[in-house]
Design a protein around this ligand. Structure first.
Ligand SMILES: *[C@@H]1O[C@H](CO)[C@@H](O)[C@H](O)[C@H]1NC(C)=O
Ligand SMILES: *[C@@H]1O[C@H](CO)[C@@H](O)[C@H](O)[C@H]1NC(C)=O
Ligand SMILES: *[C@@H]1O[C@H](CO)[C@@H](O)[C@H](O)[C@H]1NC(C)=O
Ligand SMILES: *[C@@H]1O[C@H](CO)[C@@H](O)[C@H](O)[C@H]1NC(C)=O
Ligand SMILES: *[C@@H]1O[C@H](CO)[C@@H](O)[C@H](O)[C@H]1NC(C)=O
Ligand SMILES: *[C@@H]1O[C@H](CO)[C@@H](O)[C@H](O)[C@H]1NC(C)=O
Ligand SMILES: *[C@@H]1O[C@H](CO)[C@@H](O)[C@H](O)[C@H]1NC(C)=O
Ligand SMILES: *[C@@H]1O[C@H](CO)[C@@H](O)[C@H](O)[C@H]1NC(C)=O
Ligand SMILES: *[C@@H]1O[C@H](CO)[C@@H](O)[C@H](O)[C@H]1NC(C)=O
Ligand SMILES: *[C@@H]1O[C@H](CO)[C@@H](O)[C@H](O)[C@H]1NC(C)=O
Ligand SMILES: *[C@@H]1O[C@H](CO)[C@@H](O)[C@H](O)[C@H]1NC(C)=O
Ligand SMILES: *[C@@H]1O[C@H](CO)[C@@H](O)[C@H](O)[C@H]1NC(C)=O
Ligand SMILES: [Cu+2]
Length: 571
């Protein structure tokens, strides 16, 4: 505890103040969602923020804490807030995805969200989970070990969130409604940001560039969050190495790298040792984009690592090396090297997976018979879609949790396919065009409490294939294997890592490849699973797990709070 307090004191002393104080466990936060004027890239616009901040406020807690966040919607649109990676044991009511666990909070209304931490430790984040509001409505969550426990690495001198975002010069609401109406791809962002700032490489941005001030010889914990909408990123710091010690709110075996790769939805805890010649160095991030068919924001965001003290003037800081945009090998050299820390988390890998689920992840398109009345700017005059096992998810108007809990029929069906409905060479070069068209549906997978689930994600080459960062709510899962090409059910399982797989909440399924995860269904409730590329979830790449009640004391779904935003009048 003394060490922790000292660290906090030093943070204040050295200006890392935006973490907020956490010497006492905060129990309540007020989140006022409101429009705020921001100027970036030489122009001015109104964005949706929490408490006027972009990125939003950092929340901190200790392991096992329960906190409350009062969310007031003073904006113009419906909103919901999700606590990304927080498992919320038996309590999906505060989880946040709209029409999955709640109806949105309407303008002028509020919702007091109970956020229940349990096994998480490290860095997570919160974000809006309705339409595209999360572009500007997001922030970090820091979970400290409890007082009597230490970090499993030498105490860092201080810590600092590094939050990546994407900035559009246009109103994000317009970007969102435009591509939904047109059926085509959304416009790419105009800048990537680090802690809300594009950095020196962009017009009118130099003065705001984020600066990290360090003392020579000290070690800093970077709490890195990728809150970008559609971009997996490479990140690196000139002349410095990063020692990765955690991912997705869980410690990992230390991994020393020149660069990291991080997808939307992922968080990385990395130690930075200020051991180079005192001066100024760039940190930089830009896209990893494997698809040949997608236009993307290929700009580079920077921030400055600045050594305190007096030293001879140094010329322009140099840019760090970053892998090329399409360097899949570089991305998976990193993703594939993450390992769990079994000393800290023993025996959590399910060894007796009794539910085997196999899914295809595809980009699709709907033909456009009403070309006159509908806009069809997708490929060949179609409308873009995406799917899991050929089902393109359609949001219901009553949320699935409410329908499940109150036994309301007709909202969803239990028949989500647990195996791909069409077998073909998923990663083949030429695929039959009829495979492009998915089915619409609001289908869920029902699991008995305690089931050990093995889930294979298989990317397909429809529209050329792309990486998909898949995220599961309510759980962390072990990533036990991945590969390129088609999953081979006979050969590939022989290479599974059941010894020290990383425990994540978001995993990148490689372009034209596969990934296998395992988790034990011990958290009853209604839990969304989706691609964390925002345009893919908008197009339907999502499904839902319903985990039934168990029989034990803490194994049943808790009742909803009184102020649950309702979808229908509850009599
Ligand atoms: C930004 O917009 C506000 C409100 O429209 C206006 O008052 C302000 O002058 C603008 N600032 C800049 C730098 O354009
Ligand atoms: C967190 O809570 C669980 C369940 O109540 C308990 O078993 C565990 O020991 C607690 N962890 C810590 C670090 O206190
Ligand atoms: C906003 O949410 C309410 C339910 O909370 C819903 O009835 C309404 O249709 C939504 N409005 C829009 C514009 O989506
Ligand atoms: C970045 O994208 C722009 C516009 O799409 C393109 O003109 C430019 O060549 C790209 N730059 C690189 C380095 O790929
Ligand atoms: C990456 O892009 C470059 C330039 O367009 C191209 O030469 C190279 O073959 C691509 N690499 C891969 C792995 O697709
Ligand atoms: C695996 O699970 C099945 C079904 O729950 C059970 O019958 C079997 O005994 C389990 N095997 C092991 C090795 O635990
Ligand atoms: C688009 O249409 C052309 C010409 O009919 C065809 O060759 C091509 O395969 C189509 N592409 C897609 C993705 O449907
Ligand atoms: C719809 O219109 C687009 C562009 O106007 C055209 O390319 C496409 O072929 C049309 N599709 C159909 C099915 O008529
Ligand atoms: C699937 O397609 C890929 C790419 O064209 C090819 O390399 C592979 O051999 C095919 N696999 C099968 C089983 O046909
Ligand atoms: C599925 O729903 C979308 C959006 O409502 C619609 O454009 C499309 O035609 C539907 N497709 C099918 C096959 O029903
Ligand atoms: C129930 O309690 C046990 C023992 O404390 C714990 O391991 C388990 O994760 C809890 N389950 C839920 C859903 O909270
Ligand atoms: C799960 O258990 C809770 C608590 O006993 C109960 O209120 C709820 O109705 C159960 N849910 C279902 C779907 O059976
Ligand atoms: Cu995706």
């Amino acid at each position: 505890m003394w060490v922790l307090k000292t660290a906090i004191f030093l943070q204040i002393l050295y200006g890392f103040c935006f973490l907020g104080l956490h010497s006492q466990t905060p129990k309540q936060y007020d989140f006022v969602v409101e429009e705020t004027q921001y100027t970036r890239l030489c122009s001015n616009k109104s964005i949706l923020t929490v408490n006027g901040e972009f990125p939003g406020p950092t929340i901190s807690a200790y392991k096992n804490d329960t906190i409350y966040v009062n969310v007031y919607n003073k904006g113009k649109h419906n909103i919901t807030i999700h606590w990304h990676g927080v498992k919320m044991p038996s309590y999906p009511w505060s989880d946040g995805p709209e029409y999955i666990t709640q109806c949105p909070i309407k303008p002028g209304e509020k919702f007091r969200q109970k956020v229940i931490f349990s096994t998480e430790e490290g860095t997570l984040w919160w974000h809006a989970h309705s339409d595209w509001s999360r572009a500007t409505v997001h922030g970090a969550i820091i979970i400290y070990p409890q007082e009597d426990k230490a970090f499993p690495f030498p105490k860092p001198h201080a810590e600092v969130p590094i939050i990546f975002g994407e900035w559009w010069k246009n109103d994000v609401w317009e970007v969102f409604t435009e591509f939904q109406t047109s059926g085509g791809s959304p416009n790419s962002s105009d800048a990537i940001t680090i802690n809300g700032q594009p950095g020196d490489m962009y017009p009118c941005s130099k003065s705001g560039t984020f600066k990290l001030n360090v003392d020579y010889g000290k070690t800093y914990l970077l709490r890195i969050v990728n809150a970008a909408m559609n971009l997996i990123l490479f990140f690196s710091i000139s002349k410095h190495k990063l020692k990765v010690v955690g991912a997705d709110g869980c410690y990992t075996k230390p991994l020393i790298r020149d660069y990291i790769a991080i997808s939307p939805g992922q968080t990385i805890d990395a130690l930075l040792c200020a051991d180079q010649l005192p001066g100024q160095y760039y940190m930089a991030a830009r896209a990893y984009s494997s698809s040949t068919a997608v236009l993307f924001d290929n700009t580079t965001t920077t921030a400055i690592l600045h050594y305190n003290g007096i030293y001879p003037p140094i010329p322009r800081p140099s840019l760090p090396y970053l892998p090329y945009y399409n360097d899949t090998q570089a991305a998976f050299d990193f993703f594939g090297s993450l390992r769990g820390l079994p000393i800290k988390y023993p025996k959590t890998v399910p060894l007796n997976a009794t539910a085997h689920i196999e899914t295809t992840l595809s980009l699709n398109s709907f033909p456009c018979p009403n070309n006159d009345t509908q806009s069809c700017e997708g490929p060949n005059g179609t409308r873009f879609a995406s799917s899991i096992n050929n089902i393109s998810f359609v949001s219901p108007s009553i949320d699935i949790l409410e329908a499940y809990y109150y036994h309301i029929n007709g909202v969803y069906s239990n028949d989500f396919p647990t195996f791909p409905p069409f077998l073909f060479n998923f990663t083949g070069e030429y695929l039959p065009l009829e495979l492009l068209i998915p089915e619409n549906g609001t289908k869920v997978i029902v699991l008995n409490f305690g089931t050990e689930v093995e889930l294979v994600f298989q990317g397909t080459n429809l529209f050329g294939g792309i990486d998909h960062p898949m995220h599961l709510h309510g759980y962390s899962f072990h990533v036990i294997g991945y590969g390129f090409g088609n999953f081979d059910k006979d050969k590939d399982p022989l290479k599974y890592n059941l010894n020290d797989p990383p425990l994540l909440n978001t995993v990148v399924v490689p372009r034209n490849g596969w990934t296998t995860i395992r988790f034990k269904a011990t958290n009853p409730g209604v839990w969304l699973m989706h691609c964390h590329l925002e345009r893919h979830i908008t197009w339907g790449m999502e499904t839902v797990f319903i985990v039934k009640n168990g029989t034990g004391r803490n194994e049943t779904l808790l009742p909803p709070p009184a102020d649950m935003p309702p979808c229908r009048r509850i009599i």
